[in-house]
Design a protein around this ligand. Sequence first.
Ligand SMILES: Cc1ncc(COP(=O)(O)O)c(C=O)c1O
Length: 398
Amino acid sequence: MKVPFLDLSTQYKGIKAEVEPLVSDILENCCYIGGKYVSDFERDMEKYLDINHVAGCGNGTDALALGLKACNIKPGDEVITTPFSFFATAESIASVGAIPVFVDVRFDDYNIDPDKIEAAITEKTKAILPVHIFGAPCDMDKIMDIAKKHNLKVIEDDAQAIGSEYKCRKAGTLGDVGCFSFYPTKNLGGAGDGGMVTTNNDDLYTALKAYKEHGAGEAGAKTLEFQTGIKETIETNEKATELYNPFKYYNYVIGYNSRLDAIQAAVLSVKLKHLDEYNNNRAKIAKMYFEGLTDKVKLPVYSKDIKPCWHQFVIRSEYKQDLCAFLSENGVGNGTFYPVPLHKQKAFNETNSRVSGGNLPVAEEISSQSVCLPIFPEMTKEQVEYVIETVNKFYEDK
Ligand SMILES: Cc1ncc(COP(=O)(O)O)c(C=O)c1O
């Protein structure tokens, strides 16, 4: 039997009839940027997450940069984050000129260890950027308490966490802003790049809207005022029409061009209706792994407070290389996220990042042992059983 690591084509077959008329409507009407599909998707997502504001954007990396900019993170500020994540997490901090400060993670859920955060705080610290890695929310009460005590912003990296919950609240609604990716392999994946930023705060939403479109217009002017105290008025006698908005050409803060396009929004709006079903299927697969895998495998240990969305199922093995080779030889797709912890990436050094406590042994050990098993909503019971059988066979003589 062959079990792919991921199978996007089976998922597409199930929604093809719903997606294709929407895409052809967009192509025929030539409304590629903005418009009804994008705003409908944003409103649907607000309901799904139970949050006041959703702003679509170009991808998850931009979502993080936009979240940081909206929170007024400036060059030289320090932002506390995890070393065990995808590169974009820390890259986004560096991209706004700030310094990522890496704090070690926990063995049980692979997430930032809240008990180690306070030791990393200095007078330069302005925010905490927790990542709900593999779709398992961090210990958010502790993180929010520390943030409150030290007057820090919290920017959630929810790229892998759509639909997951912490104490019955959805990831992306817990901090000041939530930053999501719709990269095709995510639990809610587009037909290309896409992302969104979420917030309950009206001023932050205005800033997100400003930064994602060149700091222009009323949102730009309000953002300038709310972030710097400088008050500017829009000086134009021109009137906006359906086809021409003069305010687009008056810019107040330096932003980005980062928009969710209409085709992505249409595809995502169809998939959003199926998201809970997709995530429930993933949860059933995870349950089978927990029940069937030999106890020689080190499994994640998740708190009762969370409902993960099972973006990845990641075990730890001291035989990582041999186990991956054995899985591949036997037709089981696998991955090793993340082989290099962020503080060990060549792009980071003592001038553009900081390692809290000098070393991060837990993140390094997890990186050297992590093996991702296939988990996707369309996986059959037989495929899951075959993965379990293959892993257990590998461990027979261990
Ligand atoms: C944890 C994490 N953060 C950020 C990103 C960046 O998202 P994107 O690839 O959409 O830019 C990803 C996705 O790959 C991710 O997994």
